[in-house]
Design a binder for this molecule. Structure first.
Ligand code: ZN
Length: 211
């Protein structure tokens, strides 16, 4: 057996875009603690205004090939699926699934970066992305405005995953300025707190990476 590397969290729809958004997003993300992550996400969202599928596909391919040369064989690739990005971010990554089949174990996460309650319409887009072939349903409850909305976010993501037979990659510990709702202290507790929910649907590599 040959040892290989795993990247369980790469925003493959936004690689090689620093020239488009400048250093502000990186500074916000790394400047202090995770408190800047909300500002960073919003700054990085600017790249979606000039998103086009051909460019995303080329940059994502370049990233995967670069990783491959260094022994990367397993990738959990997040693609923003929201009303700003539409399906423009996820579609090119789905095309790469076939291209890299047998070379890199690539899984595509349909990720509602701007929330579900905060971004009406995102949930339908995530479902559509799954129907197009996305392997995993993403979640980020802390992006919602209130704890109640965050809980509802988790419930809806788990329900969508269960109804489509998909697994979940839920980011629940980078809570930024607002602490996670009580009971959301760990990924497993967050997902287990939803009645009839995601039991057994967590993406182990992702959850372990953020626990
Ligand atoms: Zn991320």
């Amino acid at each position: 057996m040959i040892a290989s590397f795993v990247n369980a969290h790469v925003h493959l729809d936004k690689v090689y875009t620093l020239d488009l958004i400048g250093d502000a997003a990186v500074t916000a993300y790394t400047g202090e603690q995770m408190g800047g992550s909300m500002a960073s996400s919003e700054l990085a969202s600017a790249v979606k205004d000039s998103y086009d599928e051909a460019t995303i596909e080329a940059k994502a391919r370049r990233c995967l090939l670069s990783g491959l040369r260094h022994g990367l064989r397993h990738v959990l690739a997040f693609a923003d699926v929201d009303t700003r990005a539409g399906l423009r971010g996820v579609t090119p990554l789905l095309r790469l699934l076939e291209e890299f089949h047998g070379v890199i174990d690539l899984q595509v996460v349909a990720f509602p970066q701007d929330g579900l309650l905060r971004d009406p319409g995102a949930e339908d887009l995530v479902r559509e992305a799954v129907e197009l072939g996305a392997d995993v349903v993403g979640g980020i409850p802390r992006i919602e405005y209130t704890d109640a909305d965050a809980r509802e976010h988790v419930r809806r993501i788990c329900e969508l995953a269960a109804s489509t037979g998909r697994r979940v990659a839920m980011l629940v510990d980078d809570s930024g300025e607002r602490p996670p709702p009580s009971g959301f202290g760990s990924p497993s507790r967050a997902m287990g707190s939803v009645p009839g929910s995601c039991h057994g649907r967590g993406r182990r590599s992702c959850l372990a990476g953020i626990a």
